[in-house]
Design a protein around this ligand. Sequence first.
Ligand code: HEC
Ligand code: HEC
Ligand code: HEC
Length: 133
Amino acid sequence: MFQNKASRWIIVSLTLVFSLLLAGLPSVANAEYGDVILNKYSDANDMAPVIYPHWFHRIRFQCKVCHSELGFKMKAGGNDVTMADIVDGQFCGMCHNGEIAWTTENCELCHSGKPGLKSGIIGTHKTLGPGIW
Ligand code: HEC
Ligand code: HEC
Ligand code: HEC
C-alpha cells in the first residue's frame, strides 16, 4: 500500500519536473496549445509558417476588434492573408505597425513555425469547460 502510494508520488513528481523542463526549453516553433498556424502562402514562398498566439491576443482585445472590425473569419485556416495586405495596414498590420505593437520588420516573430506545419489550430477546436469535462 505505502509502496504503491510512494511510487505513484514519484511518478507524479517526475512528470511534473519533466513538463516544467519541457516548458522551459526554447524551441524553433514556439507553438502552444490554442495557437493557430497560418500557412497558406508562407511555405510556398520559402518563409516559415506563421504561429499566431490567439490567446495572447484574446486576453488583450475584444473578439470583435479582429473578428468584426478587421474581418478575420472565426475559422482556423479560413482567412486569406497576404504579406502585402499586412504591410498595407490590414489584418495583423492594423496593430503591428510600430504604434500598437512592433512592426512587420520583425519577420521571425510571426514566421516562427517549422516548415511543413499545416494551417490549423494546435490542440483541439473545442474549448473544454464545465459541461464537457
Ligand atoms: C487580435 C486579433 C484577434 C482577437 C482579439 C481574437 N481573435 Fe479569434 N482569431 C484571430 C485569428 C487571426 C484567427 C486565425 C484565423 C485563421 O486561421 O485564418 C482566429 C481564430 C479564431 C477561431 C477559430 C480557431 C479556433 O480557436 O477554433 C475562433 C473560434 C476565434 N478566433 C474566436 C475568438 C473569440 C471568441 C475571441 C474573443 C474572446 C477572439 N477570437 C479574439 C484573431 C483574433
Ligand atoms: C505581424 C506578423 C507578421 C510579420 C511581422 C511578418 N509577417 Fe509575413 N505573413 C504574416 C501572415 C499572417 C501571413 C499569411 C500566412 C499564410 O497564410 O501563409 C504572412 C505571409 C507572408 C509571405 C507569404 C507570401 C505573401 O506574399 O503573402 C511572405 C513571403 C512573408 N509573409 C514574408 C515576410 C517577411 C520577409 C517579413 C519581415 C520583413 C514578414 N513576412 C513579417 C504575418 C507576418
Ligand atoms: C488588435 C491588434 C493586434 C492584431 C490585429 C494583431 N496583433 Fe499581434 N500583438 C498585438 C499586441 C499589442 C502585442 C504585444 C506587443 C508587445 O508586447 O509589445 C502583440 C504580440 C504579438 C506576438 C508576440 C506574442 C508574445 O508572446 O510576445 C505575435 C507572435 C503576434 N502578435 C502575431 C500576430 C499575428 C500573426 C497577427 C495576425 C494574424 C497579429 N499578431 C495581429 C496586437 C495585435
